[in-house]
Every structure is written in structure tokens, then in C-alpha cells.
Design a protein around this ligand. Structure first.
Ligand SMILES: NC(=O)C1=CN([C@@H]2O[C@H](COP(=O)(O)OP(=O)(O)OC[C@H]3O[C@@H](n4cnc5c(N)ncnc54)[C@H](O)[C@@H]3O)[C@@H](O)[C@H]2O)C=CC1
Ligand SMILES: CC(=O)N[C@@H]1[C@@H](OP(=O)(O)OP(=O)(O)OC[C@H]2O[C@@H](n3ccc(=O)[nH]c3=O)[C@H](O)[C@@H]2O)O[C@H](C(=O)O)[C@@H](O)[C@@H]1O
Length: 432
């Protein structure tokens, strides 16, 4: 049993703290956000994943995981703080990592180990993290204290399962750092803990995994546009192509959301000017919302006066996370189109576009997104656009939708619904 302090209790840190606490460690969860500590101290756990909520609540109840607003001394410090993209500079924002390191340096002792789990550009552990820790503590990484990188690879929506089942990899400053960190995780997970040659390789591999997925989706999105030009159903074509043993293409959609795939691939460009295909795939993925708007505009011969139901503002199916949501981006684009000047030259009228947003997984208590119930979204709509693959959307009754809507267009950007049933109810269906 070891003493562990987890820094940052968000999507990654809190489940990780719970995992270690369930495995007999004495875990403190530290977060700079007092509201997070207050909530957890009251046993109030907020995640859309019910099993995970219970898993975390158990160790909070038993006292194996203690939320704290001060950093304690601990044998292990795990850093799970945000690493957002500075979009303008296309660089990782490492201020949170630096500030966590400053806090740790104040309590770091000989023999302790620091593990960075946040997604970062290659060289961060060996560079800025090491420097802040060494300067603040007067100790040396790899000799006086252990320092390693071990990324988290859980898939939101299935966090509890993946936390325990996934393989991990660890790369440290020196072999002893790698081994000490690997041995912390090894008994806690069913997956294998792989040793990377060093921290920078481990950081690189994490980015490669997400860049691979994003680029593969970019390929699928480009195929969707090409297939449409040939009047071919993309998903049928991809399904057939994937029957080949060495082909594995992902699915097209309205763009790539979340705070990982749209962000992490660009971290590869932090210290390299050779990033090209990866950057291009990003652009292809980002262009998909505009492409969907164009499809709707073409269908109606213009958007003036149209009432559009956008179904799904979570970034992907069955989660409540709206970060970089394609559905919200689409709604923003449609609202921007609303500001277009009226088409006076061709005698057209400009009645404005009305967008109504619905999402059964996202709570909107403060009205941030202006979400409405499904029925309100569909009532009088000219088109419904499915932007998220929530299970609930497969259960919409096309006959009921037809009764409510004044138009008959369904755009299914996720290939989710039974298009035959919608066609039978009189709809034109456009699927990406
Ligand atoms: N969300 C996900 O599914 C995955 C995220 N990651 C990576 O893990 C890292 C953390 O991401 P999330 O958990 O999603 O972020 P999050 O935003 O959900 O949580 C981060 C927490 O860190 C806290 N924090 C900020 N500065 C701090 C400091 N100096 N000391 C202590 N706490 C501090 C914040 O208040 C917040 O509660 C990021 O690098 C992300 O890219 C990696 C794999 C999966
Ligand atoms: C390589 C990999 O699978 N990375 C995972 C990813 O989690 P994330 O939820 O962002 O990935 P995702 O399920 O692919 O979703 C991202 C976006 O991509 C879209 N998407 C996904 C699959 C697909 O065939 N087509 C598609 O358009 C989704 O709708 C969503 O908008 O990024 C996470 C992270 O790094 O934070 C990582 O831990 C997860 O394991």
C-alpha cells in the first residue's frame, strides 16, 4: 500500500484516484477548484456513467479516497490536469502542468515518484515538468525522485471498463522511475503495462494513437464526400471495403468532437515542422459541419425561413460531454447563416432560420444551449438533422415526426436511424 496524491479530479483524475483507492492505496484527491472538492466531500459525484459513479462513491464513503484542498506529501503524485490547445498558436497550453509541478515540488521528498498522465507534446516530462520539479525541490529526477509519463487511454462513455482493461505504457526518466511507476499500475489493471524506452516516446505514442484515429476518420469523411458525388452509400461501401483483412476504415460524421481527437494530433506539431497529413485530416474533419449545412441549403435551394431541428449536442453518442461538439458547431453555423443578407437580387425573401436543439443526455439547467424537448424541436420543423449517435434517436417514431414536422427532410450524419422506415413515413433521407 502506498500513499498517492492525484492532482486534478476531472474525467481522468477522479476515476484514476478511485482505481488506486479500490486497490488498497491511501489516496488523496487534490484539485484547485474548490467547488470540485466541496462536491466530492459531500459525496456528490457527477458523471453520466452510472457504474463509474457508484465505483467512485464507494471509496469516498469508505475514506479510501479523500478529497483535499491542500497538497499532502505522498509517495506517488499523479498529475491529471488539463492540457488544452492554444488554438491560435497551435501549441499545447502547459500552464496547468507547470502549476501542478510547482505545488508538488513544495512537498516532494527523496524516494517519491511523480507520474504525468495528462496528454502532452513529446519532451514535456523531460523538459518543463522536470525543470519545475527540480528547481522547486532541489532534488534530481531519476536519482533522488522518480519521474515518469504514463498516459490515460480511457474512452469516454466506457471509462470504468477501459480504466481496468486497457493496456498502459510507462516511460520514465531512467529505468528505476519506469519500474516504480509501472509497478504502481500493474496490480490495479487487467491489461499489460508496457515499458517505453523513455518518457518522450511514451508521450509521442499517446499522440500517435489519437492522430491515427483522427486521420482515419478524416479519410472516412473525405470518402463520404466523394461517394456522394457518385451517388454511392458511403457506409455500405466502407462496410464492404472493411471485409478485406488489412482494411479498417472508421465512419464519417458531422466532424470530430471531444477534447482529445480535435486537439491532441496538433501537439505533434509542437516541436516538428513535418506534420502535414495529420493537419490536413484535421481540416477535413472540421469542414464537415459546413458540408452538412451546404447539403441542407442545396436541398431547399436556400435556408431562408427554414426551421431546423438539430438532434444531439453531446460530442458523441450516449455521453453528456459537449466539448468541441459538432452539433453545437452546426447550430452556430446555421445561426451565422441566419445573419446572411437577404437574397434581394433574385427576389427572394429572408425570413430567418430557426434552429432548435435537443439532446437527451445533456443537462441545460442554466439554459446555456437553449435545449428543448424532442417534441418542441420537431414541431413545425422543415428538417431534422441527427448530429449525435444517441440510442434514443433510434427510437424516434418517423410517423410521429411526420405528424409534427412541416417538412420531410431527415439528415442522418451518423448513419443511425432506420432510413427505410423514415422513407416509408414520407421523408427524404440524406445520410453521410
Ligand atoms: N477526458 C478524457 O477522456 C481523457 C483525457 N485525457 C487527458 O487527461 C488530462 C486531463 O483531462 P480531463 O480529466 O478530461 O480534464 P478535466 O478538465 O475534466 O479535469 C481537470 C481537473 O484538473 C483541475 N486542475 C487544474 N489545474 C490544477 C492543478 N494545478 N492542480 C490540481 N488540479 C488542477 C481542474 O480544476 C479540473 O478539475 C488532459 O491532458 C487530457 O487531454 C487523456 C485521456 C482521456
Ligand atoms: C485512440 C482512441 O481511441 N482515443 C480515444 C479518444 O476518445 P474520444 O471519446 O475522443 O474518441 P471517439 O470515440 O473516437 O470520439 C471522438 C469523435 O470522433 C467521432 N467519430 C468516432 C468514430 C468514428 O468512426 N467516426 C467519428 O466521426 C465521434 O463521433 C466523436 O465526435 O481520445 C481519448 C483521449 O485521449 O482523451 C482516448 O483516451 C480514447 O481512448
Amino acid at each position: 500500500m502506498a500513499t498517492v496524491c492525484v492532482h486534478g479530479l476531472g474525467y481522468v483524475g477522479l476515476p484514476t484516484a478511485a482505481l488506486l483507492a479500490h486497490n488498497g492505496h491511501d489516496v488523496t484527491g487534490f484539485d484547485v477548484d474548490e467547488a470540485v472538492i466541496d462536491r466530492l466531500s459531500r459525496g456528490d459525484v457527477r458523471t453520466g456513467e452510472a457504474e463509474l459513479r457508484e465505483y467512485i462513491a464507494e471509496v469516498l464513503d469508505s475514506g479510501a479516497l479523500t478529497p483535499a484542498d491542500e497538497i499532502p506529501a505522498a509517495e506517488f503524485h499523479l498529475v491529471c490536469v488539463p492540457t488544452p490547445l492554444d488554438a491560435e498558436a497551435e501549441r499545447a497550453e502547459l500552464a496547468y502542468v507547470r502549476s501542478a509541478a510547482e505545488g508538488i515540488a513544495g512537498v516532494l521528498r527523496e524516494g517519491d515518484t511523480v507520474v504525468l498522465e495528462s496528454t502532452v507534446p513529446p519532451g514535456t516530462t523531460e523538459g518543463p515538468l522536470r525543470e519545475v520539479l527540480e528547481t522547486g525541490s532541489g532534488l534530481r529526477a531519476g536519482t533522488d525522485f522518480g519521474l515518469a509519463y504514463s498516459p490515460e487511454t480511457v474512452l469516454p462513455g466506457n471509462i470504468l471498463y477501459e480504466l481496468r482493461a486497457n493496456d498502459r505504457f510507462v516511460g520514465g526518466v531512467g529505468e528505476a522511475s519506469t519500474e516504480t511507476a509501472a509497478r504502481l499500475y500493474e496490480p490495479c489493471i487487467d491489461g499489460t503495462v508496457h515499458r517505453a524506452p523513455d518518457a518522450s516516446t511514451a508521450e509521442f505514442v499517446k499522440l500517435v494513437q489519437n492522430a491515427y484515429r483522427d486521420t482515419n476518420i478524416g479519410f472516412a469523411n473525405e470518402l463520404a464526400r466523394v461517394a456522394a458525388d457518385y451517388d454511392i452509400d458511403t457506409r455500405t461501401a466502407i462496410g464492404l471495403a472493411n471485409r478485406h483483412a488489412r482494411v479498417d476504415i472508421l465512419q464519417p460524421g458531422p466532424g470530430v468532437g471531444g477534447h482529445c481527437l480535435p486537439v491532441d494530433p496538433l501537439f505533434l506539431a509542437h516541436g516538428s515542422e513535418s506534420v502535414d497529413l495529420i493537419r490536413h485530416a484535421r481540416r477535413v474533419n472540421d469542414s464537415m459541419t459546413g458540408y452538412v449545412v451546404d447539403l441542407v441549403r442545396e436541398y431547399f435551394g436556400g435556408l431562408d425561413g427554414k426551421r431546423l431541428a438539430v438532434l444531439g449536442v453531446a460530442y458523441k453518442g450516449n455521453v453528456d460531454d459537449t466539448r468541441n461538439s459538432p452539433g453545437l458547431r452546426l447550430a452556430r453555423l446555421l445561426r451565422a447563416a441566419e445573419q446572411e443578407p437577404p437574397a434581394v437580387a433574385d427576389g427572394g425573401t429572408h425570413g430567418g432560420i430557426e434552429t432548435r436543439l435537443h439532446d437527451p443526455h445533456v443537462s441545460d439547467d442554466d439554459g446555456e444551449f437553449g435545449l428543448v424537448p424532442l417534441e418542441t424541436a420537431l414541431d413545425g420543423a422543415d428538417a431534422a438533422i441527427v448530429t449525435t449517435d444517441h440510442d434514443e434517436f433510434t427510437e424516434i417514431d418517423p410517423a410521429d415526426a411526420a405528424d409534427r414536422m412541416r417538412g420531410r427532410l431527415l439528415v442522418d450524419t451518423k448513419g443511425l436511424v432506420d432510413d427505410g422506415a423514415w422513407r416509408d413515413a414520407g421523408f427524404d433521407v440524406i445520410t453521410l
